[in-house]
Design a protein around this ligand. Sequence first.
Ligand SMILES: NC(=O)C1=CN([C@@H]2O[C@H](COP(=O)(O)OP(=O)(O)OC[C@H]3O[C@@H](n4cnc5c(N)ncnc54)[C@H](O)[C@@H]3O)[C@@H](O)[C@H]2O)C=CC1
Ligand SMILES: O=C([O-])CC(=O)C(=O)O
Length: 311
Amino acid sequence: MKVTIVGAGNVGATCADVIAYRGIASEVVLLDIKEGFAEGKAMDISQCKTNTGWNTNVTGVTNDYAKTADSDVVVITSGIPRKPGMTREELIGINAGIVKSVAENILKYSPNTIIVVVSNPMDTMTYLTLKATGLPKNRIIGMGGALDSSRFKYYLSKALDKPANDVSAMVIGGHGDTTMIPLTRLAAYNGIPVSEFLSQEALDKVAADTMVGGATLTGLLGTSAWYAPGASVAYLVDSILNDQKKMIACSVFLEGEYGQSDICIGVPCIIGKNGVEQIVDIQLDEKEKGLFAKSADAVRNMNADLKSVLA
Ligand SMILES: NC(=O)C1=CN([C@@H]2O[C@H](COP(=O)(O)OP(=O)(O)OC[C@H]3O[C@@H](n4cnc5c(N)ncnc54)[C@H](O)[C@@H]3O)[C@@H](O)[C@H]2O)C=CC1
Ligand SMILES: O=C([O-])CC(=O)C(=O)O
């Protein structure tokens, strides 16, 4: 199984590293526009092989799409990250052009691939990729919910003072500081609702911390996060390549689900060898429905800025 990762920066290289050492794919190609950069990252990652015991073939190329031919999955992480004080939405001006041209180049050599979009603003970049390529909706997946849900579980585990892997929880909606919807009502500690253990005030703080999880890290690091983002992409790619049919919150094209159409936004999906195999359309309560509609409005407003790129 072959995975191409476009953009060998912080997120792309981390994703390649996790895919390699976990043996998720047999071949990983890193592609970057910066001369020699992807080659260097691939070499550095490959020199881990003998001390960490894995065999994935990791190579790097400078803008040579021929080397990405016949990829089963392509991950797009190319573009700029935000700096402290910025929103993800402010990246659209530069990233839209990059994502569109990358998606078009990829399809020349991998017409049957499944594309995972990571570059921000991710929901809008996912919509752009779908519209620009005309690919069937099951083959375009935006990664955001897997990461946001892992942050939600992290903050819940801190509040509970219990292991994160004993917590089950999901974030849906847009991948933005104000558009994420942590589904607190459905979060559980070993099957028991977290409201049995935490006050409403504590739960509200967990949800608020989750929503600004990326901004908090950007403030601390000076650029946006990469370890959890890279691992979250690898988790999603694993479910596709190894047909695991995991339920993962992903940004996908909606046609009536959750009362929305003509938009890519985070909802629970079954992810397998065909990409998005099912959108899990659960019943939200009235408050959650309102939040989802508001989140969709914000994402749709952002999509309107794509007019010139899609013309
Ligand atoms: N969806 C999500 O959950 C997350 C999204 N992101 C987003 O992912 C993107 C990448 O973030 P980082 O890896 O931290 O940035 P980075 O700056 O470390 O890496 C980006 C790489 O893209 C390359 N690049 C730029 N234009 C290119 C092109 N036309 N073709 C090929 N490569 C190109 C750059 O040379 C650079 O190496 C950002 O837009 C960031 O906001 C980051 C974390 C999580
Ligand atoms: O915060 C950012 O800009 C990068 C990102 O999407 C995340 O880490 O959630």
